[in-house]
Write a protein that binds this ligand. Sequence first.
Ligand code: HSE
Length: 408
Amino acid sequence: MAKLAVLGHGVVGSGTVELFLKNKDKINKRGGLDLELGYVLDIRDFPGLPYSDKFTKDINDILNDDDVTVVAEVMGGVHPAYDFVLACLGRGKSVCTSNKELVAKKGAELLKAAKDHNCNFMFEASTGGAIPIIRPIHRCLAANDITACAGILNGTTNFILTKMITEKMSFEDALAMAQELGYAEKNPAADVEGDDACRKICILSSLIFGKHVYPDWVHCEGITKLTLEDVAYAESWGGAVKLIGSVKRTEDGKILPMVAPRFVCSGCQLSHIDDVFNGIMVYGDGFDEVMFYGRGAGKLPTASAVLGDVIDCAKHKTTILSQMWEDSTDNSFIADYKEDSVSMYIRVQGADKTEIENLFGDAEYITREGQPADELAFITPTLKEKDIDEKLASMSGSVLGKIRVLDM
Ligand code: HSE
């Protein structure tokens, strides 16, 4: 008999235990396994559960039990999760995590620790919730030169944007609902400021391009500055505003990871992804493009991905070598986003069309219901971002909105 230990009994932790116990017989039968729930680590007490006898407050109970071969880390945050994960890997126990902050900040080191101790560090649940994305990238698409990826990577902000657009719900009410449904981070600022999507694009970038991309190196904007006016202009333009995490290889061989709201045209499938769902497009030479879609957050969808890894680890006790990337010591391989060519939606008050045309040539104007007489909105031609900024700085009037158009 092998034992599974679950570190953390919050939303994802309780979901992981519940789904495992519900489907344990099927999981063991299908996988040819004999896996039992061994421990649940949490500092809180949970009396009255069918598995209350499994709780411990001491990580040493797990570390010292040789029957524990697989550990699910679902605590979130870097400390103490990092220390616990490193200790488990050090004892040759494979670890499966949903903790994107941990993978984005310590992934290269933990992958190496797993390899050094001939066990696995897996993180399918860290990106895209229930969506299989990590395995497809490093296994199914491994024969290709992957050049870019772009997606809706945060369920909470997509849920909020959908509620604001379709039900005219206030930002605050939509966020409260996302928290109630267990989608949001403990501190929802991490969702709405883009940090959560940033951690996920760091993970995808590291996996695709083979070098650790740290969150501090990524230009990141959240949705807090978005207005209902911007949303209305996006609709009238023929698309939607979405928070997009993206990475692409640039012409000089660097990579450009970024998180920001984008105008997404209706021809792009990402514009139609609503509520808590995530969608991720991946681009490469052999397959052209593929899209992954599913529930990006929530108790059981995330538990499903954690347990997929648990089963893989229980089946393959030694290192699955394909899932590796190098650590990086500096960010010289990250391109400057201001040098990138982009087209932008601009909303401005108090400027005139002659001036806009002198600066931008033939701008594409968009209108909205209730548009004030002194407000103009337009889409710029494709220019370097730094040049757009320079032109805007020289323009009279106030820029009220500025959102990049997604071009993938
Ligand atoms: N807060 C995250 C989200 C949870 O909303 O996407 C899943 O990673």
